[in-house]
Structures are given as structure tokens and as C-alpha cells.
Write a protein that binds this ligand. Structure first.
Ligand code: NAD
Length: 291
């Protein structure tokens, strides 16, 4: 059996998986591979699947399966797995890090110091304590963020299509009301047809003046041009995003927009998460070969 590691995993993984067969990171051997391990970079499209005649299992180290053509994979009898539960803490901590960095101007403080400037008077901070956080998508990561925000004295409200009660957030009936009430809005829904471009100019107009937006979900849930315009006008006081239309972004209006914190899709890239992902990949392959 040939296992091809296509994207970045922990360096220990090839050794762990060698008990199942040959492990390679040589993408030139895609056509021979029985199992392919991906993260977000490799796109398992129809063409990719057609170029992988031996493929039986795709394992996505992470949560979002929007880079896999799951319908075509199923048609071809290819099993598709993710390691959904591994990444929760890593991404929730990243969302929290971005949320606390925004009103404290951490990147600007650092940059201006290094430029020899003393911006003590210009950098006006505000606190999270007592503010309202609206979470869209109260799944694993959204709830883990809610727990952390509550510990900081925030009020947490959320909207979710099919969760009606949780100990950690008030669930409201619709997204619009959550947005109108929130000082901070954090996105944690998957990228599907109904969430693509869900944060657009009409929805941004309903945000509180001077609200902050944090996106560690998916880049395409936010219309970048509309977010950049809301930053320019001051409607949004800040936008922190880890996720993009494409990795890396091409001609994104956010690169030069004011009051942003931009990250290169590192939400899941903690060393602890890569180890957890490896453990789950090992378990999935172990179960597959024992069938
Ligand atoms: P999850 O499935 O536990 O939670 C997502 C929740 O969103 C689900 O409960 C779903 O019912 C809900 N949802 C679906 N449509 C919605 C909508 N229109 N509005 C509000 N909620 C909606 O998944 P998770 O583990 O919490 O991950 C959430 C997302 O985070 C993933 O889909 C992925 O896109 C993103 N993610 C990003 C990174 C990163 O590196 N930044 C890493 C992992 C996951």
C-alpha cells in the first residue's frame, strides 16, 4: 500500500504510518497512491481524482472539506475522512488571539516601536470585559471560543441553524439580531452554498458602528471588497482574518485596508494540533486496513 502525504503534517507522521506500507511525500507518485493525506493546500477536484486511479481513501488533516469534491469521490467509491475534533483548541485560541489583539493594537504598537515612534497617545485601547461577542456557527470551535470569552467577562450570544441551547452562549433566533447587538463578531460556520459571501455590504450595514470582525472560518464567507469598504468608512473598527479566497491571497483589497490583522491560514497550525491530527490519521488508517 502506498500512502502519499501531499500537504504539511507533523514530521513524525511518516514513521508512525510506515507500519501500514510505503509512505511518500513525492507528489509525482499520485497515480500509484492508495491513500492521500491532504490539508487545505491540495484541491481534490474531479481532475485530481481522475489522475489518481488507485486512490481509495482521502484523509483531510483538519475540518473543512470544501477542497474535496465529495460527490465525485463518492461516485468513485473513494472514502473521505477529516480529523474534525483535532483542531478545535488550536483554532479557538487563534480566534481569541486575534480578538484580543485587535482592540489592543498589538501589531501597530510593535511596528511603530520598531520604526522608532512612540505612539503612546495615538494607541487608544479598549477592553473585552463587558463587551458582547456574537458567534456565527456554534459548533466545536465556536463553542470553545465562547468558553474562553466568558472567562474574560464577555457576554456571548450566537446564532446557529440547529442548536437551540448551550451553557456557554445565548442562542438567538436569527443572525441579523446577533450582528446588530455584537461589539465583536466571530465566524465559525463551514463554507457551503448558504454561507458563501454571507458577510456582505448589506449585512455589514447592520453591524454596530465600530464593531470588530474576526474570521478564522473560511475566507469566502466574507466579501473582501465589502469588508475593506467597511474598514475604510470606519463602520468596522477592525477586521482580523486567518482565511482567504485563495491561499495565499491574490490581489485582496484587505492587504492595504486600514485596521486589519492578517494571518496566513495558521489557525490549525499549532504543534500540538499537528500531533493530534497524526494520531487521528493513524486511527483512521488502522481501522481502514483492519476492515
Ligand atoms: P463544526 O461543524 O463543529 O461547526 C460548524 C457549525 O456551523 C456547525 O454546527 C453548523 O451546523 C453551523 N452552521 C452551518 N451553517 C451555518 C450558518 N449558515 N450559520 C451559522 N452556523 C452554521 O465545525 P468546527 O470544527 O467548529 O469548524 C468550523 C469551521 O472552521 C470549519 O468548517 C472550517 O471552515 C473552519 N476551520 C478553520 C481553520 C483555520 O485554520 N483557520 C481550521 C479548522 C477549521
Amino acid at each position: 500500500m502506498l500512502i502519499m502525504i501531499s500537504d504539511a503534517f507533523d514530521a513524525s507522521l511518516p514513521g508512525i504510518l510506515s507500519k501500514y506500507g510505503e509512505v511518500t511525500d513525492d507528489k509525482g507518485r499520485q497515480a500509484e497512491a492508495d491513500i492521500i493525506l491532504i490539508r487545505s493546500k491540495t484541491k481534490v477536484t474531479k481532475d485530481y481524482i481522475d489522475a489518481s486511479p488507485n486512490l481509495k481513501v482521502v484523509i483531510r488533516g483538519g475540518v473543512g472539506l470544501d477542497n474535496v469534491d465529495q460527490v465525485y469521490a463518492k461516485e468513485k467509491g473513494i472514502l473521505v475522512y477529516n480529523t474534525a475534533e483535532a483542531s478545535t483548541v488550536a483554532v479557538a485560541e487563534m480566534a481569541f488571539a486575534l480578538m484580543i489583539a485587535l482592540p489592543n493594537h498589538i501589531p501597530t504598537a510593535d511596528r511603530t516601536m520598531k520604526e522608532g515612534k512612540w505612539a503612546k497617545k495615538e494607541l487608544k485601547r479598549s477592553e473585552l470585559m463587558g463587551k458582547t461577542l456574537g458567534i456565527l456557527g456554534l459548533g466545536r470551535i465556536g463553542l470553545a471560543l465562547a468558553v474562553r470569552a466568558r472567562a474574560f467577562g464577555m457576554r456571548v450570544i450566537g446564532w446557529h441553524p440547529d442548536v437551540f441551547f448551550t451553557d456557554f452562549a445565548e442562542i438567538w433566533e436569527n443572525m441579523e439580531d446577533v450582528i446588530k447587538e455584537s461589539d465583536y463578531v466571530s465566524l465559525h460556520m463551514p463554507l457551503v452554498g448558504s454561507t458563501k459571501g454571507i458577510i456582505n455590504k448589506d449585512v455589514l450595514a447592520k453591524f454596530k458602528d465600530g464593531a470588530y470582525l474576526i474570521n478564522t472560518g473560511r475566507g469566502k464567507c466574507v466579501v473582501e471588497e465589502d469588508a475593506a469598504a467597511a474598514l475604510e468608512s470606519g463602520k468596522l473598527a477592525g477586521y482580523a482574518t486567518d482565511v482567504w479566497y485563495s491561499d495565499p491571497p491574490e490581489n485582496s483589497p484587505l492587504i492595504n485596508a486600514p485596521n486589519t490583522i492578517l494571518a496566513p491560514h495558521i489557525g490549525a497550525s499549532s504543534k500540538e494540533n499537528l500531533l493530534r491530527i497524526g494520531t487521528i490519521v493513524d486511527r483512521i488508517i488502522g481501522e481502514y486496513v483492519s476492515k
